[in-house]
Design a protein around this ligand. Structure first.
Ligand code: ZN
Ligand code: ZN
Length: 223
């Protein structure tokens, strides 16, 4: 056999093939093809960890955003148990429905601030420094300036608003308000309508003033 490129002669086909491969690179391409494919595959695999890291970072980011947007547990500087004993007329509306604080799940949930005796109107405070946010948290209601969680979360959005009224005035800072004797408190989520809100303020019962201050303590404080 003769090489038509350099005229070298060969005894066997094997020798000829080897010569063509080594000297002229003929037949090498086929062998290289799988290597190239492997390379491509490797490249693809090495991209994957980057994608995983990105996905994890996005999840962490979203998680952080969700947590920071959620109402947090309030900080409070409470006095000792029994340092005061005051009452408020207290009501919460979620989209036109009164939150029924006479339900067992809202009764005596905290020894410092609570509804008691099956009554869902008069709120009792047994320690100085109790804020509205603390009272809500004791009822397992998480609240911030724009969101309130009563079972599920309700947020100011579109024509719906979250508002906190103390004695007829609304102010998102009222969450930090330290409750006083005979305050009238309305926690409101619903249509952003002044007339509607005023109606609900007017419907707050006037019972705290009749509350016997020699009630309960310490008999109803098992915890
Ligand atoms: Zn009490
Ligand atoms: Zn009381």
């Amino acid at each position: 056999m003769k090489c038509d490129q350099c005229s070298r002669e060969f005894q066997s086909e094997e020798g000829y093939n080897q010569h063509m491969r080594d000297k002229h690179g003929v037949g090498k391409e086929k062998k290289e093809a799988p290597v190239a494919q492997q390379h491509k595959y490797k490249k693809k695999r090495s991209m994957k960890p980057v994608a995983y890291v990105l996905v994890v970072l996005i999840i962490i980011g979203l998680g952080y955003w969700a947590v920071s947007a959620m109402p947090q547990k309030p900080k409070v500087n409470l006095g000792s148990l029994g340092s005061t004993h005051i009452h408020q007329d207290f009501r919460a509306y979620i989209d036109g429905t009164i939150v029924d604080f006479s339900q067992p799940s809202y009764q005596l949930q905290n020894q410092y601030v609570h509804f008691e005796g099956g009554d869902g109107n008069v709120h009792h405070v047994h320690a100085t420094g109790a804020t509205l946010a603390y009272a809500l948290d004791a009822l397992r209601i998480r609240a911030n300036a724009s969101c309130i969680t009563v079972g599920r979360q309700y947020c100011t959005s579109g024509d719906k608003v979250v508002k906190y009224f103390v004695n007829g005035d609304d102010n998102s800072n009222y969450l930090d308000y330290v409750m006083k004797d005979l305050d009238k408190i309305l926690v409101y989520y619903g249509t952003d309508n002044e007339t509607l809100m005023q109606e609900q303020i007017n419907l707050i019962p006037d019972k705290a003033k009749n509350q016997d201050k020699t009630d309960e303590l310490p008999s109803h404080i098992p915890r």
